[in-house]
Design a protein around this ligand. Structure first.
Ligand code: CP
Ligand code: NVA
Length: 311
């Protein structure tokens, strides 16, 4: 199905800000339909004969399984590449890789290090490129998180999300989402690990508030969420981070400070006893398994939207 023609109107999904609120409403509605069909064993195969290349320069469980299973369910197929088993690991320029790979497939998903790298790939790609996580952003995860919130609690507009932990790719993406979808993020990070508005790529500080004390960030929140203390690529900082983050463990007191019906989310993988207590992640307010499963449903909707537009 791949074409050699340059597609003038291709859309990429490199960060959350790449779509409007209206487009998100469409993607979430389609995801709900696609999920319903999956649950009732009804085929949904709009991507027959389409191929996606998945490039992983970092480890993955959820992202790989959700994209790969999702693509097969929609009638397409995938090619899985890693740094170690491709010429990417032998210094072939990213621009050359983009030109070659995008002549043979219909869609590319990349998990890599610097955002600049995925942007360089997209600039030389003939087909849509999806960010499967960079140092700066993880838009597919926040897509799943917000879809999960909507499923459990309705619209996220006007709600409060507490971010407890590192000012990392997940935190940056939450900030972008808040600006686009109209909710507020309460951010609490240790000193030295704050979010940086310019890295997060947001226009103003109107949609987030910074709290020194993670308990205060959780007060009144509709959703409490966190992530590992050390993201992939930052392992050399492990020991320093263990000390700095000791008080940024989501515990039952923090959940009690939030709304009585507050949800808990974590993109996973999680470290019980570090960024979250086992009683919270395995407790009644946690929706982490729905959140993980929803990666597949929202990404099927995303792939459909990028390849076929509004159906
Ligand atoms: N949450 C997430 O992206 O998980 P993986 O690293 O397993 O893909
Ligand atoms: N912030 C984490 C997310 C893992 C899914 C990382 O980048 O390693």
């Amino acid at each position: 199905m791949s074409s050699n023609a340059q597609a003038p109107n291709i859309r990429h999904y490199l960060q959350f800000a790449d779509f409007t609120a209206d487009e998100y409403a469409h993607v979430f509605a389609r995801a709900a339909l696609i999920k319903k069909k999956f649950k009732t064993y009804e085929k949904h195969q709009p991507l027959v004969d389409r191929t996606m290349a998945m490039i992983f320069e970092k480890a993955s469980t959820r992202t790989r399984v959700s994209f790969e299973a999702g693509m097969y369910q929609m009638g397409g197929s995938v090619v899985h590449l890693t740094t170690g088993d491709s010429q990417l690991g032998r210094a072939e320029p990213i621009e050359d890789s983009a030109k070659v790979i995008s002549r043979m497939v219909d869609l590319v998903m990349i998990r890599t290090f610097e955002q600049a790298k995925i942007e360089a790939f997209a600039a030389h790609s003939r087909v849509p490129v999806i960010n499967g996580l960079t140092n700066e952003f993880h838009p597919c995860q926040i897509l799943a998180d917000i879809f999960t919130f909507i499923e459990h609690r309705g619209s996220i507009k006007g709600r409060t999300v507490a971010w407890v932990g590192d000012g990392n790719n997940m935190a940056n993406t939450w900030l972008q989402a808040a600006e686009i979808l109209g909710f507020t993020v309460h951010v609490s990070t240790p000193t030295g690990y704050e979010v940086d508005q310019s890295v997060a790529g947001i226009r103003s500080s109107d949609s987030y508030k910074v709290f020194k004390d993670p308990m205060e960030a959780c007060r009144g929140a509709d959703l409490v969420t966190t992530d590992v203390w050390t993201s992939m690529g930052y392992e050399a900082e492990n020991e320093a981070r263990r000390k700095a983050f000791a008080d940024w463990c989501v515990d039952q007191d923090m959940m009690r400070a939030a709304q009585p019906d507050a949800l808990f989310m974590h993109c996973l993988p999680a470290h019980r006893g570090e960024e979250v207590e086992a009683e919270v992640i395995d407790g009644p307010q946690s929706v982490v398994w729905d959140e993980a499963e929803n990666r597949m449903h929202v990404q099927k909707s995303l792939m459909e939207f990028l390849l076929l537009g509004r159906l």
